[in-house]
Design a protein around this ligand. Structure first.
Ligand code: S3P
Length: 193
């Protein structure tokens, strides 16, 4: 059960992490638990561009995708509090990351390579970065590049093989601790600094 008084519902919560980390599935449940709207930034990008992520990459290139993505995130962050599942690359943009860490709560769903590989096997749609060649090698290189940056998130939650409801519950516990102490906990710590 959620309580209005123990969670900070004034800020948006932005789920960060690689493709397959569970940002959308956990985000949806988390939003429900918090009584907040849920939005997926990839869906918003597709709506804004009027075409699929694959088509944006193919016809306009990744830089154009990143540009739309950054503008979409800015709009979402300027809006009322909600749970936002961000595309895996969104937090890598300096300006977007600053907006998120300044005005929202960033939650990194951290998953290991084997988990990401297994989960992304189920869906490559909307993920042109995984097309062609070894998915494992691509994910490994994204882990090396991005995990040090994702580590700047306010809260880090290990994404495990469990129902999204359970992971969302663990996120909620951490948000409660953060709200109770009026700050978000640092890197992977179970208790606030
Ligand atoms: C990307 C992740 C995708 C999507 C796009 C690029 C990335 O979103 O935004 O294919 O750079 O990691 P998900 O993380 O929701 O799959």
């Amino acid at each position: 059960m959620t309580s209005q008084t123990t969670e900070n519902k004034e800020k948006s919560i932005v789920l960060v992490g690689l493709m397959g980390a569970g940002k959308s599935s956990v985000g949806r449940v988390l939003a429900h638990k918090l009584g907040l709207p849920f939005v997926d930034s990839d869906d918003e990008v597709e709506q804004a561009a009027g075409c699929s992520i694959e088509d944006i990459f193919e016809f306009y290139g990744e830089a154009a995708f990143r540009d739309v993505e950054a503008r979409v995130l800015k709009r979402l962050l300027d809006g009322p509090p909600q749970v936002i599942a961000s595309g895996g690359g969104a937090f890598m943009n300096d300006e977007t990351r600053r907006r998120i860490t300044d005005g929202a709560v960033a939650v990194w769903l951290r998953a290991d390579l084997a988990t990401l590989e297994r989960r992304t096997r189920r869906r490559h749609g909307g993920r042109p970065l995984l097309k062609g060649g070894s998915t494992r090698a691509k994910l490994k290189s994204l882990i090396d590049e991005r995990y040090p940056v994702y580590a700047e998130a306010d809260i880090i939650i290990d994404s495990m093989d469990e129902p999204p409801d359970k992971t969302a519950g663990r996120v909620l516990d951490r948000l409660r601790v953060a709200a109770a102490t009026d700050r978000t906990a640092p890197d992977g710590a179970e208790t606030p600094r």
